[in-house]
Design a protein around this ligand. Structure first.
Ligand code: HEC
Ligand SMILES: [Cu+2]
Length: 412
């Protein structure tokens, strides 16, 4: 007898143990599954994840109950068993019950969801602000009040692999279409406010690990915020169909410790100051200067304000790395990395009459755009000069002259 009890108790223990470990395993799978919403790295993203799971399990239970009753009824009351249907109708009690239960479920989901939503919208007391501007097809990040600003475009490797007949297997490219040239660097443990807008069409800024997703709308400024708990690299992308290259404007956030962030910021500022102080004419020189690694990332105002006398000193930098980078980031999507273009819509720059002709005409076209070519006025004078110089002395062209930042400034 006591043996039987002991045996039963053992069995019961084993069963609860199994159920417990199964539940733990299921919970673990849900947390780490690539197909589920990621739990993310902020308090808000954790709250969002738990809300999502709560709603999911409520749906699972409702589905089991509703389909259970339905299938049971279909089977148990089939016509072969009950040829004469029952004639009852209308039950006030049942109607009240099936109104109250969903009402309670909805309130039960809405109350915590509203709490999280209110927190998500509370952008007060932020330690810093980053202005994000969407462009076709890149993002600009401005560290408000810091004088640091830069563009973030698809990384060169992904960009190369995505070209038609590139011969590069995208599977060999790390983080294919999910990598950028410049990361948005943020400190962990600090509340960061974002001001989100767009320069052309509606874009959407989305980083799942931060549980942030909002539209960037021209003429409007949307606000959002985050406070990242763990250092790391978090990837996202534009989520609003924003034109032909919508799929090629990823987002990469690099969260680092406060001290690392401070060092990074100081470096960016140092670079900008060097660029502003350097008495250079050709942007190639400014951007290529080893002392100014962040010159491309320098805010437009700083670059434009650079004292730049001595125009004659400009030498065509035929192998300008900065010009090449700008070309790959801004122009290669249409004109191809080789300059071959995609005729008839996107003309070749190799052997182009405009490129071989007067430099002012080419600068103007890059500034103002023409037909299907968008304007690039958002680039700094220095950057436009660099990219124009690049096209005139590379891609099979040998014009031999160089554009200067002042020329660009005059033609704006
Ligand atoms: C979205 C596609 C697109 C991008 C990006 C683009 N262009 Fe163009 N580009 C065009 C189109 C389309 C034309 C032809 C315009 C026309 O004449 O109707 C053109 C024409 C040109 C021409 C004149 C070619 C000729 O012989 O007619 C030059 C030079 C040029 N682009 C330079 C650039 C530079 C420099 C950049 C990067 C800063 C750039 N383009 C980015 C689409 C683009
Ligand atoms: Cu977009």
């Amino acid at each position: 007898m006591s043996n039987l009890i002991r045996g039963l108790r053992g069995l019961a223990l084993a069963m609860t143990g199994m159920a417990g470990s199964f539940a733990a395993q299921a919970a673990d799978t849900m947390e780490n599954a690539y197909w589920n919403l990621p739990k993310g790295v902020t308090d808000i993203s954790n709250e969002v994840w738990h809300l999502h799971m709560a709603a999911f399990w409520v749906c699972v239970v409702i589905a089991i109950v509703v389909f259970g009753v339905m299938f049971y009824s279909i089977f148990a009351h089939r016509r072969s068993k009950h040829p004469v249907p029952a004639t009852f109708h209308h039950s006030t009690t049942v109607e009240i019950i099936w109104t109250i239960i969903p009402f309670v479920i909805l309130i039960g989901l809405a109350v915590p969801a509203a709490g999280t939503l209110i927190k998500q919208y509370d952008t007060r007391n932020a330690a810093m602000t980053v202005k994000i501007t969407g462009y076709q097809w890149k993002w600009q990040y401005e560290y408000v009040g810091e004088g640091v600003s830069f563009f973030s475009t698809l990384d060169a490797e992904s960009n190369k692999a995505r070209q038609l007949h590139s011969g590069v297997d995208p599977k060999t490219v790390p983080h294919y279409l999910h990598n950028t040239d410049n990361y948005l660097v943020l400190p962990v443990g600090k509340k960061v406010r974002f001001l989100l807008t767009s320069n052309d069409v509606i874009h959407g800024w989305w980083v799942p690990d931060l549980a942030i997703k909002k539209d960037a709308i021209p003429g409007f400024i949307n606000e959002m915020w985050t406070q990242i708990n763990e250092p790391g690299i978090y990837r996202g992308q534009c989520t609003v169909l924003c034109g032909r290259d919508h799929g090629f404007m990823p987002i990469v956030v690099h969260a680092m410790s406060e001290t690392d962030y401070a060092a990074w910021l100081a470096k960016q500022k140092g670079g900008a100051e060097v660029a502003a102080a350097a008495p250079v004419t050709t942007t190639d020189a400014a951007v290529d200067a080893p002392a100014a690694p962040a010159a491309e990332a320098a805010p437009t105002e700083v670059a434009a304000a650079a004292p730049a006398p001595a125009p004659a000193a400009a030498a065509p930098a035929a192998d300008s790395k900065a010009g090449e980078k700008l070309f790959l980031g801004n122009c290669a999507a249409c004109h191809q990395a080789t300059g071959a273009g995609m005729p008839p819509t996107f003309p070749a720059l190799t052997g182009s009459k405009l490129v071989a002709g007067p430099i002012d005409a080419q600068i103007t076209q890059v500034l103002k755009g023409k037909n299907a070519m968008p304007p690039f006025a958002h680039l700094s004078d220095a950057d436009i000069a660099a990219v124009v110089t690049y096209t005139r002395n590379n891609l099979g062209n040998k014009v031999g002259d160089a554009a200067t930042a002042e020329q660009v400034k005059k033609l704006r």
